[in-house]
Design a protein around this ligand. Sequence first.
Ligand SMILES: [Fe+2]
Length: 359
Amino acid sequence: MEQIIKILVVDDDPSMLDLIGTALKSREKYDVILASDSETALSFIQENDFDAVISDINLPGMDGLELLSRINIINSKIPVILITGFAEVSTMQNAIKLGVYDFLRKPFSLSELQISVKQAVQKHHLLIQNELYTNNLEKLLEQKAKELYDANILLELNFIRTVLAMINALEASDIYTKGHSERVTNISLIIGQTMNLSTSELKSLRNGAIFHDLGKIGIYQTLLHKPAALSFEELNLIRQHPLIGEKIIRPIALDKEIINIVSQHHERYDGTGYPKGLKSHDISLLAKVVSIADSYDAMTSSRSYRDVFTHSQASDEIQRCSGTQFDPVCVEYFLKAASGQDFKTLEIPPLSSFMNVTL
Ligand SMILES: [Fe+2]
């Protein structure tokens, strides 16, 4: 379909209006609208999308320069051609400053008029196309960025699912540890939210808690589930699991905090933990949180060798160990979170809901 090109001509001289209008219509398929003053011209511009405006500089009331200035405010993409008689240089300079597209000096030939208008229309079309292109490009970039973000989330979720499947398989072989990592993740996140941790810290806490016992993959199953008391050597072997986990996770984990949780979740605040005997501030805050959640779950889960603690008994035991096994600040937050709900009765949310902390 042929595009309609709209031209507005503004002149207080009816014969000039008629002359320009007739000339434009005769050689190009222009839709020409005529106005005898600036006010009328502005009302037309408000209602129509013109491809070019031709205006005399000398108009009654609002002159051509002010009209040009007002057109710029309404739609700066419309090229304006000013018709001059004996205009002063300063007037022309002002018109240039205001962004006039071209001047037609009286007397001008009809071919001069045609060429100037044709070029002005071409410029207008280029500006429109450029704007469309820029808008589309921005939308395209926005869409691609979102697709990339979603793909990354999916990739991360699939990676965590794979690791969790491995851990679940490991834990499922022992009735006493089944679901342990998921429960520890859930409790760690509840404590972390009570501490008002940032989204990125919660994300590290989540991943680290899921992975915290990954190193047990490297320990003999018979040793992990031995019903009898462990010898000193056997205990030392089991105590290697944070370091084995660190070795597994280091090449794939992007976040140092996740590695810290895996390697430090059995360290104790007073320095008597393992594998390195780290003390208070040398232990990562997130590892301290997972350490509390890990101990709580161990105490409240059925074990073959001792009685199961209630929520209240486990909370009391954690409070008793504040300042020795656990960081007192983290214990405070644990107790705050634990006072409102019994962690033992909590349903474990699906992994996808843990993923919300990546928002
Ligand atoms: Fe552990």
